[in-house]
Write a protein that binds this ligand. Structure first.
Ligand code: ADP
Ligand code: 5GP
Length: 206
């Protein structure tokens, strides 16, 4: 029987420093075939970040050209920089039936919901408390004090959107959070597009 299920989208949001990258890396062997959507950003690379693996780093000018050309599925300004998801690679991965993971902010999540709600599942990831977030951002050692304060202020706003998400993962220990993430990824794969549902019903009735 031909597989009628095309890909699905799983959006991860949460404050910078919540542990989203850590959780994806820890769970990656247990969530099946997936494509991690690499965002484009105008912010500077952090130490250790690699072009084309962590982000596509571009100038503001080039980012704005891509906006004009309609190349983004969604984009937003976060902490004073542009961040966006390119449409082309996402479309290809969905066609191949993959689970597409987006690490995007709450504004991006709303835009994805507007365009692709029927195949989208979302999870909000957060450390247990704001003070724990601050400790982890400092321990990560990638941002100076000014940037950390900005991320903390942003986190106070982002947490207000938690109820817009299908699931919440409290990242207490990486082990627990990764286990929960595997369950969420499995649930996300079960979400069918409306188009597929129509085909499924037609086949089921025949
Ligand atoms: P994000 O991708 O959400 O910005 P990271 O995955 O970079 O966050 O995690 C932020 C920092 O917190 C990293 O230094 C990471 O090693 C650490 N971290 C992640 N999860 C935990 C946890 N459960 N307990 C303690 N430290 C954690
Ligand atoms: P960071 O600078 O820590 O990598 O990311 C800052 C914030 O931008 C995070 O909340 C992250 O989820 C968000 N972000 C990263 N890529 C995108 C994107 O393509 N679109 C949107 N809307 N947000 C993004």
């Amino acid at each position: 029987m031909k597989n009628i299920q095309k890909g699905a989208i799983l959006v991860l949001s949460g404050p910078s420093g919540a542990g989203k990258s850590t959780i994806i890396n820890t769970a990656s062997d247990n969530i099946g075939k997936y494509y991690f959507s690499i965002s484009t950003t105008t912010r500077n690379p952090r130490v250790g970040e690699i072009e084309g693996r962590d982000y596509f780093f571009v100038t503001k000018e080039n980012f704005e050209k891509d906006i004009e050309a309609g190349n983004f599925l969604e984009y937003a300004q976060v902490h004073g920089n542009y961040y966006g998801t390119s449409l082309k690679l996402v479309r290809e991965a969905l066609e191949e039936g993959k689970l597409v993971l987006f690490d995007i902010d709450v504004q991006g999540h709303r835009l994805v919901r507007e365009k692709m709600d029927d195949i989208t599942t979302s999870v909000f990831i957060t450390p247990p408390t704001l003070s724990e977030l601050e400790i982890r951002l400092r321990a990560r050692g990638t941002d100076d004090e000014g940037v950390i304060s900005q991320r903390i202020e942003n986190a106070k706003e982002e947490i207000l959107a938690v109820s817009e998400y299908n699931f919440t993962i409290i990242n207490d220990t990486v082990e627990n959070a990764a286990k929960q993430f595997v369950i969420v990824a499995q649930a996300a794969r079960l979400k069918k597009s409306q188009e597929d549902e129509i085909k499924f019903i037609a086949r089921w009735l025949s």
